[in-house]
Ligand binder design. Structure first.
Ligand SMILES: Cc1cc2nc3c(=O)[nH]c(=O)nc-3n(C[C@H](O)[C@H](O)[C@H](O)COP(=O)(O)OP(=O)(O)OC[C@H]3O[C@@H](n4cnc5c(N)ncnc54)[C@H](O)[C@@H]3O)c2cc1C
Length: 408
């Protein structure tokens, strides 16, 4: 028997944002700060989830400077990464040096993403026009005369209908909003996935490199003070066979890549401690329809390569606020204005995704799908010519066409 919903609530707002990730929360905060009535829907009951990017890059920190929030933000527990190194067949190669970036902060801040999202939520809640609905999952779009006019959602109390002048899909890589809107996706196919886990450690054991390549294997290890966040790359579809080989075989592989994890890796005792994260790179051909815009991973799923997805989502949010706030303060948003957001952000996204596809094809895929072959010339160049490390530092730390806060 189908149970009738407990209630059927209706809300009307100017902008309904679906998804309380970095893109959605930043956009919600900026619009509310400018007096725009905004409702953010987040399907989970809080932000306390693992498997999210935990990197806040210099370009995002620069936005916090512009918002006057940086000092308060940096009071939250975090680590600062000023250079990026990789260890290739046991040799350490410096890859990026953030010292020369044209930003106030010359480091990547590592911070649990829930702290970042809670920080944005706390700031946004200071504005009466901001409304965050947790445990509210968007299930469909409402369309009238070929115009999107709202969202249907489900909450623990029943159904919720939100009518809005603009719906923004920031619901990530598996976006239901883009699917329901029928927006066409270009998939670039990435033949790897990630085993995501934590290896507890003594805080005194400091690290080292970020990426480890050895004998056809690749792993990312992020020093998070009392644990390493470990991303062990596997060929797509191989999870079950890796499981069959047993946890001890995985421990051995991790130890071979990073011998200093030594006994700590024995703390990985069961597969419950390990999550399989699927890696994707895709992009919408058109990010909008009348009454609807997608940004962040919902418009362009980013791979973890370079750890830039959070910051791309934040940059999209700032560009969206810059382009649309004035119109939203008055009423609806025209299709030309939505197209302008895509035009502004498409090029930076394309540059970064092209870089990620290159890294996957030439380095990561080559490393885990076929035996690793990184041209020795490239390694030599990075070791011997410090200047060259500024390019990856800029691409990772700032990225092409960085956005600035233009709204009040
Ligand atoms: C393994 C892995 C590691 C990564 N590591 C990094 C990293 O270190 N640094 C980095 O910058 N990027 C990293 N990325 C990429 C990064 O996670 C994404 O690019 C980034 O999170 C995109 O932000 P977003 O706000 O667009 O979407 P998301 O962060 O995916 O947020 C979407 C939000 O929408 C909510 N939602 C989904 N569906 C609905 C619905 N129907 N109704 C309501 N809410 C909904 C979700 O719960 C979520 O909170 C990584 C990606 C992967 C796969």
């Amino acid at each position: 028997m189908i149970q009738a919903p407990k209630s059927q609530e209706k809300i009307t707002t100017r902008c309904c944002i679906v998804g309380g990730g970095p893109a959605g929360m930043m956009l919600g905060f900026l619009l509310a700060r400018s007096g725009v009535e905004v409702v953010v829907l987040e399907k989970h009951k809080d932000f306390l989830r693992d498997f999210r990017g935990d990197t806040i890059h210099p370009s995002t920190l620069e936005l916090l400077v512009e918002l006057g929030l940086l000092d308060e933000f940096l009071q939250l527990p975090h680590q600062e990464l000023r250079t990026v190194q990789a260890t290739v067949e046991g040799k350490t190669i410096p890859i990026a040096d953030f010292a020369h970036l044209p930003t106030h902060c010359k480091f990547i801040a590592f911070m649990p993403q829930w702290d970042f999202l809670n920080f944005l939520a706390d700031k946004a809640k200071q504005y009466p026009t901001f409304h965050l609905h947790l445990e509210t999952e968007a299930t469909d779009l409402i369309e009238e005369n070929k115009q999107i006019v709202g969202v249907k959602a489900i909450t623990p109390d029943g159904e919720l209908t939100i009518r809005a002048d603009l719906v923004v899909g920031t619901d990530g890589r598996k976006s239901i909003i883009r699917e329901k809107a029928g927006l066409s996706v270009q998939d670039f196919g990435v033949p790897v996935d990630v085993l995501w886990t934590r290896i507890p450690k003594d805080p005194a054991l400091g690290e080292m490199s970020l990426g480890y390549f050895k004998s056809g294997q690749f792993m990312v290890l992020i020093d998070r003070h009392d644990y390493f966040q470990c991303g062990y790359i596997i060929p797509k579809g191989q999870y079950e066979s890796i499981k069959e080989r047993g946890i001890v075989a995985l421990q051995d592989n991790i130890r071979k890549l990073a011998p200093f994890v030594n006994d700590y890796v024995k703390e990985l005792k069961t597969w419950d401690q390990i999550s399989l994260l699927t890696v994707k790179i895709d992009r919408l051909r058109q990010w909008y329809r009348p009454g609807l815009l997608c940004i962040g991973d919902a418009a362009h799923a980013m791979s973890p390569a370079g750890g830039v997805g959070v910051n791309m989502g934040v940059q999209d949010a700032v560009a969206t606020a810059n382009q649309l706030t004035a119109a939203l303060q008055k009423g609806g948003v025209g299709i030309d204005q939505l197209a302008r957001v895509q035009r502004r952000r498409q090029w930076p996204v394309r540059v970064i995704q092209t870089g990620q596809i290159f890294v996957h094809k030439r380095l990561i895929n080559a490393s885990v799908v076929k035996p690793a072959v990184i041209p020795p010339f490239i390694l030599w160049l990075f070791r011997q010519v410090p200047f060259i490390r500024r390019l990856p530092a800029y691409l990772i730390g700032v990225g092409p066409r960085p956005e600035h806060i233009r709204t009040k």
